[in-house]
Design a protein around this ligand. Structure first.
Ligand SMILES: [Zn+2]
Length: 136
């Protein structure tokens, strides 16, 4: 339970299919090895050790589209600040466990984001490959 809205949001599904089209394999809503088990990752590329989150503009307080609802503003402010703090905390924890964290805003061009992720996957796989590529 992520506490930040629905699972399988439209932007998330769109990013996932864009990654699929690029031939990438990944886990969905998964636990990153070495990190907090309660903080699930939207899209996990295990081989390259990349953790991708698709952040909704409202819940994650996007600088361009984030806003406070008209009613209960104090409560919402605290709530959304809590989500953002938790996001940064999750980022640090994943980085400490050796994961590259990529956060994509739902308002971004998701196809372009998928292209960038594919590039990083190739890069990180390449960096890890030399040793195992040698014949035994
Ligand atoms: Zn936004």
């Amino acid at each position: 339970m992520r506490g930040t809205g629905r699972r399988d949001t439209q932007p998330e599904l769109r990013l996932r299919s864009a990654l699929h089209r690029r031939g990438l394999r990944f886990l969905v809503d998964a636990v990153a090895e070495g990190a907090n088990k309660r903080r699930r990752v939207d899209v996990l590329l295990r081989g390259a050790r990349i953790a991708v989150f698709v952040d909704g503009c409202f819940w994650h307080a996007c600088p361009e589209h984030g806003h406070l609802p008209m009613t209960n503003q104090q409560w919402w402010r605290r709530k959304l600040e809590g989500v953002v703090r938790r996001d940064r905390d999750t980022d640090l924890e994943l980085a400490a466990a050796g994961w590259l964290v990529i956060r994509v805003w739902e308002h971004q061009d998701l196809d372009r984001a998928a292209g960038e992720i594919a590039r990083l996957v190739r890069q990180r796989r390449g960096a890890r490959r030399p040793r195992s590529a040698r014949p035994h």
